[in-house]
Design a protein around this ligand. Structure first.
Ligand code: G16
Ligand code: MG
Length: 212
């Protein structure tokens, strides 16, 4: 049995992927890059600067460091205007109850997200009190698929990595969690998540009694 649950944010707790997509789309349009929802799959779970690198690669564009920073800032401004309007109604179904039940069982809970906006999103969703620790993009140096964010989560909770279950929706995140030596529940479609130990459609479809 596992003693800790580590949750990704975007795509697991809340569905912000579409807001990320719309915000990158604004930047892509401006640069004349064709950017589809299918391309957006590659941006899931990876850091902001890495996402920009992928977008520029799709458009076969190169630019200097200062331009990159300006583009990333522009994207983030648009993204933040979207998330500032979110409320708890946009929590993914079943998530809150599932985490509340885990807590009652004595399971330790961490948020492990690549996003620098995680604190704002948790506040908007009114779920800050559900997490014993929050490790986000402001606290890690190496983005997923590097295992750093999950290893840091386990360390902050005071548990061993083999005692952790990770809930992840993105390929890069599943790879990061596997590299950390953890059990991975993939959230979403099997085709993107082949490296996960099991795949379910939503968090509360992972049988709690089986794992915790
Ligand atoms: C999230 C998203 C990624 C995004 C990254 C950085 O990660 O899935 O698409 O690029 O955060 O976000 P920000 O620009 O807000 O720092 P996660 O790990 O929560 O899925
Ligand atoms: Mg995610």
């Amino acid at each position: 049995k596992f003693t800790a649950a580590l949750f990704d944010l975007d795509g697991v707790i809340v569905d912000t992927a579409n807001y990320h997509y719309l915000a990158w789309k604004t930047v892509a349009d401006e640069l004349g890059i064709e950017f589809s929802e299918k391309d957006n799959e590659r941006l899931k779970g990876v850091s902001r600067m890495e996402s920009l690198a992928i977008l520029l690669e799709i458009g076969c564009l190169q630019c200097d460091e200062a331009t990159k920073i300006a583009l990333a800032e522009k994207k983030n401004k648009t993204y933040v205007t979207y998330i500032e309007q979110m409320d708890a109604g946009e929590l993914l179904p079943g998530v809150r109850d599932y985490i509340v039940k885990l807590r009652r069982r004595g399971v330790k809970i961490a948020l492990c997200s690549a996003s620098k906006n995680a604190p704002l999103i948790l506040q908007r969703m009114q779920v800050e009190d559900l997490f014993d620790v929050v490790i986000d993009g402001n606290r890690v140096e190496k983005a997923k698929p590097d295992p750093e964010v999950f290893l840091e989560g386990a360390r902050a909770l005071g548990v061993e990595q083999q005692d952790c279950v990770v809930f992840e929706d993105a390929k890069a995140g599943v790879q990061a969690a596997k590299a950390a030596g953890m059990y991975v529940v993939g959230i979403g479609q099997e085709e993107h998540l082949r490296e996960a130990d099991i795949v379910v459609n939503r968090v509360d479809h992972a049988e709690m009694e089986k794992f915790f």
